[in-house]
Ligand binder design. Structure first.
Ligand code: OAD
Length: 232
């Protein structure tokens, strides 16, 4: 059975109206990473951090999946082998498009995490600093987001998928942030064919067998159609 492992980044949600991080005027031009995306920033000013993710949760809730997300869901449901989506995105647009096997390595806006006991629950649309954990009662709720300096989620399972991939596709990610930027090398070592989808070649673009330039909502439906046609 063939396996397609797909890594997505902010670029796939850009056409749903969610801003990317490193574009001119992107999220990291408007906010300092140290302030809103590190454990130290949260310790210093929890309200600033919780409000930042409240705003992103509200924006994601308003957004709708685009043709790129839908193409990947279509691939998963019609491909004879296995399709795994590993996303760095904290929105839930893959799930809302219909993808079922989605791994959120950088966490999820729809989830809250107790910093005291690690319990997880569905995040309310608006979180407040010091919200109580429904399990242990500690006033230690935080967004369930992996911040810089923290370990991404599900890494063991992700590396197992990369080691058994036949095709590895990276979509809409700048190749700036490890460990995700290292996945292409891992998949190559395993003998996978590697392909990048982006508006421009990413920082790790030279490591791919093939690069498809263009917006994900246009390039992905064509790629998926071809893959599905080739298997019949
Ligand atoms: P970036 O903002 O670094 O990169 C977005 C990429 O998407 C760029 O390479 C763009 O060229 C590309 N892109 C933009 N629009 C596109 C479109 N319509 N179709 C295809 N590609 C498009 O975002 P990420 O690579 O996702 O982590 O960032 C990685 C991580 O850094 C994020 O998960 C986040 C951030 O700091 C944390 O917060 C922990």
């Amino acid at each position: 059975m063939k396996k397609i492992v797909i890594l997505t980044g902010a670029g796939i949600s850009a056409e749903s109206g969610l801003g990317t991080f490193r574009a001119e005027g992107g999220l990291w031009a408007q906010h300092r990473i140290e302030d809103v995306a590190t454990p130290e920033g949260f310790a210093r000013d929890p309200k600033l951090v919780v409000d930042f993710y409240n705003a992103r949760r509200a924006q994601a809730a308003e957004a709708t999946a685009n043709a790129g997300h839908r193409a990947l869901a279509d691939l998963e449901s019609k491909f004879y082998g296995e399709v795994v989506v590993i996303t760095q995105n904290v929105d839930d647009l893959h799930e809302r498009a219909g993808s079922r096997k989605v791994m959120h390595m950088h966490g999820s806006l729809t989830s809250a995490l107790c910093a005291a006991c690690d319990h997880r629950w569905e995040a309310p649309l608006v979180m407040a600093p010091g919200d109580a954990c429904p399990s242990c009662g500690a006033p230690a709720a935080r967004p369930d987001i992996v911040w810089f300096g923290e370990m991404p989620y599900e890494m063991d399972e992700i590396f197992e998928h990369l080691a058994t991939a036949d095709i590895f596709a990276s979509i809409g990610t700048s190749g700036n942030v490890y460990p995700a930027a290292g996945f292409v090398a891992e998949a190559r070592r395993a003998g996978a064919r590697t392909i990048e989808f982006n508006l421009e070649r990413s920082d790790v673009g030279s490591q791919f067998d093939e690069i498809v330039l263009g917006s994900a909502s246009e390039t992905l439906p064509k790629w998926v159609d071809q893959l599905l046609a080739d298997q019949t």
